[in-house]
Design a protein around this ligand. Structure first.
Ligand code: AKG
Ligand code: FE2
Length: 212
């Protein structure tokens, strides 16, 4: 389903190593249900300490390409420095070989990693790193670096201010959906439209503060 849509509407898909569909909730009722899932919004709100709604769902198609290092979401990074809730669901079985999402446990602050930082000179406060900058640091951490493997349908909830990356895909493919949550006062539709472009349809303000 994502395939057919991506292939028919290449102009509304971002192609950066992988194929990224901003606004995938418009492609199927099942994806819309994931975007609007009330339990996930409640968890997001509890974690962030303010009401959170998904502005859009991102659909991601990642495929192994001969001779290219392709990964989801680019290099190792933090989405930002402040706490941020995200939920991701795998649509295909996912292991390390086909690009598992990978996260560094407890990496919001440097304290747990003082020894590894001292040993490698790793620039912990940055938000994005080349592999050769971060690999010596990761090599010191052992099982603090957690690859999330799971079958199709696996839901991953994470704080995207922790250091994370999709592992480079070496074989096969990986399809996934990610919800982008915000508080009402964080959403500037003009800025969001520039940042997440192109999109399936223009973003609309989610309904906040609505109680039935
Ligand atoms: O899809 C992935 O494995 C990682 C994507 C990512 O960096 C993110 O959702 O913030
Ligand atoms: Fe990210």
């Amino acid at each position: 389903m994502l395939d057919a849509w991506i292939d028919a509407h290449g102009d509304r898909v971002q192609h950066k190593g992988n194929d990224r569909v901003f606004g995938a909730e418009h492609l199927s009722p099942a994806i819309a249900a994931f975007k609007h899932d009330a339990a996930l919004e409640d968890i997001a709100s509890a974690y962030m300490g303010s009401e959170q709604k998904a502005l859009f769902t991102l659909g991601i198609r990642l495929r192994a390409a001969q001779g290219k290092k392709t990964r989801s979401g680019g290099r190792w990074h933090r989405d930002r420095r402040g706490r941020q809730f995200k939920s991701l669901v795998y649509l295909t079985d996912c292991v390390r070989r086909n690009g598992a999402f990978c996260i560094v446990r407890r990496s919001a602050s440097p304290e747990p990693f003082n020894d590894a930082i001292a040993a490698t000179g790793f620039s912990f406060p940055d938000v994005r790193w080349d592999d050769d900058e971060i690999e010596p640091f990761l090599a010191q951490l052992g099982d603090e670096v957690v690859p999330i493997e799971g079958e199709a349908g696996t839901l991953v909830m994470f704080d995207s201010s922790l250091i994370h990356s999709g592992l480079p895909i070496r074989a096969g493919h990986r399809y996934a959906l990610t919800n982008y949550y915000y508080a009402a006062d964080e959403i500037d539709l003009v800025r969001m439209a520039e940042k997440f472009s192109p999109s399936v349809r223009p973003f609309e303000m989610p309904r906040f503060g609505y109680t039935a």
